[in-house]
Write a protein that binds this ligand. Structure first.
Ligand SMILES: [Zn+2]
Length: 249
């Protein structure tokens, strides 16, 4: 969730995001600069979207550049590793293996009136004009529909057990976040979660619903999560380990 203290005056921003480019050892490196009022130090991290730099607001351009140059070898090495670990791109044609709920399904494409359905372990797409781009678009649309139906079902079960209910459940397409819950009780879940094993989907749903009871990450919050999702530690581990795979498309 995104914690926001609504009592804080809005004049001074708490956080900012900015995409930047720097040349390190002759190589152009794109990075996301995240400034926050709470940070005290500069931190570098390589995530699914490449280099992320977290810094306090007071850090100037010179100091920022100096830190990046000093760590340039580390940054370039880590980026190379991340590139190498990236899953191979999906070829959207008949026979392609696709992840669904921790298992594998196979793409099947045929010509005809537009339709998409899962039959056993086969995602059957029928397209008026089959081709990689059309198959990809149709498959992604099917994934989103499948994700929403699945997430709504899990949300309903868990909300009932917790004696609460979100005001809204919708899908997100975020690159780094799996779920969020805002102060009005609206829950958003990343559609890519439908690729993860069921216990991992359960965890993210449980996490966001637990925020309806504890709007923080306190020990009390984790007790609520554990009540409906005892395997939450394994699930968090899986999300960290498999994030790149789940983001392959
Ligand atoms: Zn949270």
């Amino acid at each position: 969730m995104t914690l926001r203290n609504r009592l804080r005056p809005s004049a001074a921003p708490e956080k900012s995001h900015e995409i930047r480019v720097i040349r390190l050892a002759g190589q152009e490196v794109r990075y996301c600069l995240k400034r926050s009022a709470k940070r005290r130090t500069i931190a570098l991290q390589i995530g699914g979207d490449g280099l992320e730099v977290s810094a306090p607001f007071r850090v100037g351009e010179r100091q920022l550049d100096a830190v990046l140059r000093e760590k340039s070898q580390w940054v370039l090495n880590k980026l190379r590793q991340a590139q190498a670990n990236r899953p191979p791109p999906v070829h959207w044609m008949a026979g392609a293996a696709l992840p669904l709920r921790g298992a594998v399904i196979f793409l099947h494409v045929r010509r005809g009136e537009r339709a998409a359905a899962l039959r056993g372990n086969r995602l059957q797409l029928t397209l008026p004009d089959p081709g990689d781009a059309a198959a990809r678009a149709a498959a992604l649309q099917w994934y989103r529909g499948e994700a929403l139906a699945d997430f709504l079902h899990r949300t309903h079960l868990f909300a009932h057990r917790l004696g609460t209910a979100p005001t809204r459940v919708s899908l997100s397409d975020a690159r780094t976040r799996w779920g969020s819950c805002n102060a009005t009780g609206a829950v958003r879940l990343n559609w890519r979660l439908i690729k993860a094993p069921p216990f991992v989907i359960d965890y993210v749903v449980a996490h966001e619903l637990a925020h309806l009871i504890e709007y923080n990450h306190s020990p009390a919050f984790w007790r609520v999560v554990a009540r409906i999702c005892p395997a939450y530690r394994e699930a968090r581990h899986d999300l960290r380990r498999s994030a790149a795979g789940y983001h392959a498309f």
